[in-house]
Design a protein around this ligand. Structure first.
Ligand code: PGA
Length: 259
């Protein structure tokens, strides 16, 4: 059944690429994307320093959107080394990843901070891509769905239904990120369905129907079609599999936009 939700294929370069490499990658994706049939949105989340150049390179290709990988929660202030939502919008970011598990692990990001970051992004017209997902220990203890429910409750607390609709949820089991071990299609579908039901219970049926929930964690060209089969899976987030633009184009082609 067609959900009516436009498929997202998101790339997160993490801390990779020089300026020249960044521009060449986006130009190559722009050239290739025009020839791939089907409707989808391609979101490329780049390091801060490449935002403006990436947005310029993406401008001739409406299918491409540029995103950032983090933001500070305050509008402005004495936060040396940080970047505000206003700066991101000014540099051309239309999306921003928040709560990535690497930021949670290495930089102390909490669900409460994620909530503040979501709010400031929405204020500046940037759509948040909100990462949630369980650790291996939580999965082994049977706590996966509890973790999904808790993160949905805390990260999105206080949002209005229309704001919820503008966010993207990126379900990324921590044990699958950068490990080469992706969740199976049924594992991913179960978590996505559960997250959508939690959103329906807290917000509205409309918000749950509209919000896009995408899967991340070791997505490659070889496994993307299987993962996309679940009806609550609205796209994929790709890290290491997107550093090479050829592999990413292959993932886009196999992302089943007409399901
Ligand atoms: P990965 O990273 O594709 O390398 O597992 C995914 C992510 O961090 O979004």
């Amino acid at each position: 059944m067609d959900s009516g939700r436009k498929v997202i294929v998101q790339s997160n370069w993490k801390m990779h690429k020089t300026h020249a490499e960044a521009v060449a990658w986006i130009e190559a994706l722009g050239r290739a994307a025009g020839a791939i049939p089907g409707e989808r949105e391609l979101i490329v989340c780049v390091p801060f320093v490449h935002l403006r150049a990436a947005a310029l390179a993406a401008a001739p290709h409406p299918v491409l959107s540029i995103g950032a990988q983090n933001v500070h929660w305050a509008p402005a202030g004495a936060f040396t080394g940080e970047i505000s939502a206003a700066m991101l919008a000014d540099a051309g970011a239309r999306y921003c990843v928040v709560g990535h598990s690497e930021r949670r692990e290495h930089f102390g990001e909490t669900d409460e901070r994620v909530n503040r970051k979501i709010r400031i992004l929405l204020t500046h017209g940037i759509r948040p891509i909100v990462c949630i997902g369980e650790s291996l220990a939580q999965r082994e203890k049977g706590l996966t769905l509890q973790q999904v429910k808790r993160q949905v409750a805390v990260c999105f607390e206080g949002l209005m239904s229309a704001e919820m609709e503008r966010t993207v949820v990126l379900y990324e089991p921590v044990w699958s990120i950068g490990t080469g071990i992706s969740a199976t299609a049924p594992q991913a579908q179960e978590a996505h369905r559960f997250a959508r039901e939690a959103i329906a219970a807290t917000y509205s049926a409309d918000a749950a129907r509209a919000v896009r929930i995408i899967y991340g964690g070791s997505v490659k060209a070889r496994n993307v079609s299987a993962i996309m089969a679940g009806e609550d899976i609205d796209g994929v987030g790709v890290g290491s599999g997107s550093l090479d633009v050829g592999e990413f184009v292959e993932i886009v082609k196999r992302s089943c936009p007409n399901r």
